[in-house]
Design a protein around this ligand. Sequence first.
Ligand code: NAD
Ligand code: GLY
Length: 363
Amino acid sequence: MRTLNVELGERAYPIHIGPGLLGQLALVTGALATPRVAIISNTVVAPLYLETLAAPLRNAGVRVTEIVLPDGESHKNWETLNLIFDAMLKDRCDRTTTVVALGGGVIGDLAGFAAASYQRGVPFVQVPTTLLSQVDSSVGGKTGINHPRGKNMVGAFWQPRLVLADTDTLKTLPERELSAGMAEVIKYGLIRDMAFLEWLETNMDRLMARDAEALSFAIERSCANKAEVVAGDERETARDGGRALLNLGHTFGHAIETGVGYGEWLHGEAVAAGTVMAAELSRRLGWLSAADVERTRDILRRAGLPVVGAALGADRYLDLMGHDKKVIAGKLRLVLLKQLGAAVTWGDAPEADIRAAIDACCA
Ligand code: NAD
Ligand code: GLY
């Protein structure tokens, strides 16, 4: 097991990464306020892993409420959130009950928002089971749900007390989901870690073959990058750079997810196509070469990801991108690449260039 820390003062917490962690009781009980938990999972993950997590807790005298939600991005909404509140109230969960998210980023975001708001806030633990959630969404405290008009538009910052990333769970992850997670792994290389990007270029085949050692390294390096960025700008308020840089490809990608309907494109797939658009726009601004853009496409392709966006048309993209949380006073700020391994937030890209980049990268 490897342990990293997210340095947030009195709200600092560990990220444990390794095989066989789900059954390691002491790791979870150490994070509980009282022997009372509500484990939130879904219909796909619960049959695979809920008992492995819940049984040792129950045997140790912890009272466990199990909440199994419908699966998928299309359920990351108010209705599903309310199912959590209903179940917690019905089972008389109190203010000391720890909410435990067992699943991918959808469960983590939903459970985290429930933890942030149930009785004005209860302790929270993340047990991520997808590559994407182990390298990104379980760390940093962003929680929330989608709105029909925009991704992740309603939510809260609520840090977990612990992140438990059991790498054994990745053995059951479908291939397409592995690829989706790889989009966020590649992101860290592109925005701030050139040595990691080069390592990914050398090792992508091992990663896609689920080589345990390679996956563990990639997860740890991704989490180290994320923890450092979050510690420096927890609430994404830095004027330039900071946490916003973690959203490379996301403004374009969120437009795809919302535009085609939640759940059609996986989040990581939309981020991949969005990353190519961001790279192409960076080329048009004179920062990247055509070879850099092709290198970006190539590593994403090798991870089994789409590099051509949904054909929504530039008008629709721009309309949807206008809802982005990085819009300040009506001005769209995009995460772009000054060079491979170095991202910036940029509010001055001419609209004609944004349109041209979208058109060049869509079907
Ligand atoms: P997901 O949660 O939908 O999981 C993908 C699929 O894999 C689901 O069908 C799930 O049930 C299944 N699954 C999960 N673990 C499994 C396992 N071990 N074996 C087999 N199947 C398994 O998707 P995701 O990619 O994990 O997360 C995407 C979500 O995360 C999006 O909603 C995105 O907005 C959000 N996100 C949030 C943050 C953040 O900082 N909070 C960051 C990035 C992404
Ligand atoms: N995934 C973007 C962030 O956590 O800030």
